[in-house]
Design a protein around this ligand. Structure first.
Ligand code: UDX
Ligand code: UDX
Ligand code: ADP
Length: 463
């Protein structure tokens, strides 16, 4: 089958960049990204590509090149489904906040709505691709809905998990480590797999395109994220031990990373991992394991989350303890709010939990983040439902630049590893602060010796 029309339901952090790159690399394919959220679609269509809703280095240029040529953003979900040969489902799958599996299982209501809508509209055979991270065997549920409510047309369900990381989405999409496609081993299944392989073959070499059965593909995505998160929790566990023993976690990470069996990536001790995937996917894995009665497996992976929660809490406790056991009325400046650099995404960011703890201790939080809006920060705190909206609004001040944010502060906490933090005039910041001037470097990115020479009391992670 020659693919000429693709649609993607969900114009978020995954759907938006992925489709932009497919459109750029496949000028012969018309790619339409649809979303229920009108504001989001409007922003994707903004004439000035600085205003597209997702900040990713390089994405604005790709959108500028392909948009209007063969890349379209629209709210007309039905038309896009009707016309497309391949439909990607890239809607959000948050952790359930109610009912059975609350706090653990993935909420599939948006996926189910999509499946029902596709079934209702499709008048010819379609390939439906799961792009969102989904629990194993979701494809089966989607298939059941499609086959039982459809108009008698044939659906092939493929699992094609996305491995891009935010902040590097464009380079990850252009040069993926691998593309994974799971599908049925029937001849129709193989045909569908081949059609999707051909799309990716426009820019990815064939040795990097893996095909598996649907369930291996679904489970591989959860496994990859669980392994990555586990490395961070492992090094973070060692960071606490390092602080007690006088070892330096950066030195330990370097030493073990040179073992080629271990490898050097994803060994940066930090205030804790965030992002929309790691916690959600592990909770999901734990839930699936429990569902099958595999309690040891569930407990093993759950420990990764427990360690991460501990690391966040440990960071806020260290701030309180160091500031003479009270931060009441003190100004604590956060540098960074995003869950990592080069993104405006804040989902599950450690900053939210550290701020929440410190506000409980009556601290005044001042925040500077180069890409995150005040509105988003307050939304993040309100979502925790720890206190009223009004109290959060009073407790958090936001600033347009770091120097103003740090002015008069008792302490600075680095929550995100933005590059610009390393280039500041730290002597100037020191002069404007209360003394002793404390820095809690939750990312180990600042120059410890330089800061100590200026007069700061510097506390990193794991040393
Ligand atoms: C280990 C470390 O590799 C080595 O660096 C250290 O100096 C001593 O401990 P060793 O115990 O000799 O070396 O062998 P290793 O190859 O690490 O295997 C240890 C066990 O793990 C074996 O039982 C092996 O069969 C098992 N293993 C290893 C697996 O089950 N799966 C694997 O993928 C690798
Ligand atoms: C992750 C996976 O990397 C990606 O493959 C998957 O598709 C989605 O989930 P993402 O969450 O966007 O991507 O970013 P990632 O770079 O993995 O970082 C996740 C969190 O871990 C961030 O908060 C980051 O700061 C933290 N982290 C990462 C560390 O604390 N230490 C490290 O060494 C690496
Ligand atoms: P991700 O990080 O997985 O891309 P996001 O939350 O950034 O998640 O994006 C998911 C998008 O999917 C949101 O913009 C949301 O409005 C959209 N969405 C959810 N359900 C539907 C639906 N049934 N039809 C169209 N769009 C949907």
């Amino acid at each position: 089958m020659k693919i000429t029309k693709i649609c993607c339901i969900g114009a978020g952090y995954v759907g938006g960049p992925t489709m932009a790159v497919i459109a750029q690399k496949c000028p012969h394919i018309q790619v339409t990204v649809v979303d229920l959220n009108e504001d989001r679609i409007k922003a994707w269509n903004d004439e000035n590509t600085d205003n597209i809703p997702i900040y990713e280095p390089g994405l604005d240029k790709i959108v500028a090149e392909a948009r209007g040529r063969n890349l379209f953003f629209s709210t007309d979900v039905e038309k896009a489904i009707d016309e497309a040969q391949i439909i990607f489902i890239s809607v959000n799958t948050p952790t359930k906040t109610y009912g059975k599996g609350k706090g653990m299982a993935a909420d599939l209501k948006y996926i189910e709505l999509c499946a029902r809508q596709i079934a209702k509209i499709a008048k010819d055979n379609k390939i439906v691709v799961e792009k969102s991270t989904l629990p194993v065997r979701t494809a089966e549920a989607i298939k059941s809905i499609l086959d039982n409510t459809g108009n008698g047309v044939q659906f092939q369900i493929l699992s094609n998990p996305e491995f891009l990381a935010e902040g590097t989405a464009v380079t990850d999409l252009l040069n993926p480590d691998r593309i994974l496609i799971g599908g049925d081993s029937t001849s129709e299944g193989k045909e569908a797999i081949d059609a999707l392989v051909e799309v990716y073959s426009n820019w990815v070499s064939s040795d990097k395109i893996l095909t598996t059965n649907v369930w291996s593909s679904e489970l591989s995505k959860l496994t990859a994220n669980a392994f990555l998160a586990q490395r961070i929790s492992s090094i973070n566990a060692m960071s606490e031990l390092c602080e007690k023993t006088g070892a330096d976690v950066n030195e330990v990470a370097r030493a073990i990373g040179m073992d080629t069996r271990i490898g050097s990536k994803f060994l940066k001790a930090s205030v804790g991992f965030g992002g929309s995937c790691f916690q959600k996917d592990i909770l999901n894995l734990v839930y699936i394991a429990k569902t099958y009665g595999l309690h040891e497996v569930a407990d093993y992976w759950e420990q990764v989350i427990i360690m991460n929660d501990h690391q966040k809490r440990r960071f806020s406790s260290k701030i309180v303890q160091t500031l003479y056991n009270t931060v009441s009325g003190k100004k604590i400046t956060f540098l960074g709010w995003a869950f990592k650099k080069d993104t405006n995404d804040t989902r599950e960011s450690a900053a939210i939990y550290v701020a929440d703890d410190l506000i409980n201790e009556q601290a005044k939080i001042a925040v500077y983040d180069p890409k995150v809006s005040r509105e988003k920060m307050l939304n993040d705190l309100n979502y925790l439902e720890t206190r009223s909206l009004e109290k959060n609004t009073k407790a958090v001040a936001t600033f347009e630049n770091a120097y103003d944010a740090c002015n008069g502060a008792h302490a600075i906490a680095v929550l995100t590893e933005w590059d610009e933090f390393m280039t500041y005039d730290w002597a100037k910041i020191y002069d404007s602060m209360q003394k002793p001037a404390f820095i809690f470097d939750g990312r180990n990115i600042l120059n410890k010796e330089e800061l100590k020479d200026i007069g700061f009391v510097y506390l990193g992670i794991g040393s």
